[in-house]
Each structure stands twice: as C-alpha cells, then as structure tokens.
Design a protein around this ligand. Structure first.
Ligand code: ZN
Length: 158
C-alpha cells in the first residue's frame, strides 16, 4: 500500500553558473555545477521517489554521459520519474525536502519551488514540503563550496 524512499544529492558551487532550485532561477553570483541544470533539490526528490520503488537512482535513468541530458531541465526529468511510478501503479502521497545552503536566503522562493514540484508530480502543493537551512558556516555547505539536499517521499498505491 505504502512505499517510502530517501534521496540525497550534492552539487559544487561555481561562479557564473545559474542557481536553479526547485525549478526556480534564483539570482545569485554563484550557481551549481552539473551536467544537467544541477537542480540539487529536485535530484534528491527524484532519488527518493525512485528509491521508494527500488528503481535505482537518477544516474541510472538519466546518465550524465548522455548528451541528451546536457543542461536538462530537472523539473522535466521529475515529470518522467512521476510517469514511471504512475505506470507502476503508484502516486505521490507526500514529499519532504531540505536544502542545505549557506547563501542566498531561500525563504522567498520556497512556495514557487513547491508549486513547480507539485505540478511535475501531478499532486497538490499541500503534499510537497521544501525547507531550507544552513550548517552554521561549517563544512562544504557552510564554506559555500556546494549545496546539498535531502528528501523523503511516501508513495501510495493508486
Ligand atoms: Zn544532482
């Protein structure tokens, strides 16, 4: 009836890259480095959803060696993942995600992220939680070398 999954992802921060989080283009001097748009929170969410059905991870479904995914819009990839679980007879119950970033302040973008993710998953925004925190200037997120994200997803049989 229920399946639960966990996802975790990290991307390196780099000057001159776009900062895309939850499908929102956030003005910032630094952005995340990656083969796709490097949307770290959407990647963690996809891994949580795939993990819930033991379907592997996003590296398996969208390999970074494939040119097709160069600069890919991760929200579109999330749509593909949700289509896949739909075919397996499941739907999203709820998703919770945490972004760990020293800067910029993300509070003003959270609701737009939740809406983008809910739209991709075909569910209501009330089923999607996104939170942001810092690690008090400690470690790689604190030193602004990178941004990480955790997520859990609960799936329900349709
Ligand atoms: Zn990633």
């Amino acid at each position: 009836m229920f399946r639960i999954g966990h996802g975790y992802d990290v991307h390196r921060l780099k000057f001159g890259r776009k900062l895309i989080l939850g499908g929102v283009d956030i003005p910032n001097a630094m952005g995340l480095l990656g083969h796709s748009d490097a949307d770290v929170v959407v990647h963690a969410i996809m891994d949580a959803i795939l993990g819930a059905l033991a379907l592997g991870d996003i590296g398996k479904h969208f390999p970074d060696t494939d040119e097709k995914y160069s600069g890919a819009d991760s929200i579109k990839l999330l749509e593909c993942v949700c289509k896949l679980i739909d075919e397996k007879g499941y739907k999203v119950g709820n998703i919770d995600a945490t972004i760990i970033a020293e800067r910029p302040k993300l509070a003003g973008y959270i609701d737009d992220m939740r809406k983008n993710i809910a739209d991709a998953c075909g569910c209501d925004v009330s089923q999607i939680s996104v939170k942001a925190t810092t690690e008090e200037k400690l470690g790689f997120t604190g030193e602004m070398l990178g941004v990480s994200a955790h997520s859990v997803a609960l799936l329900m049989k349709k």
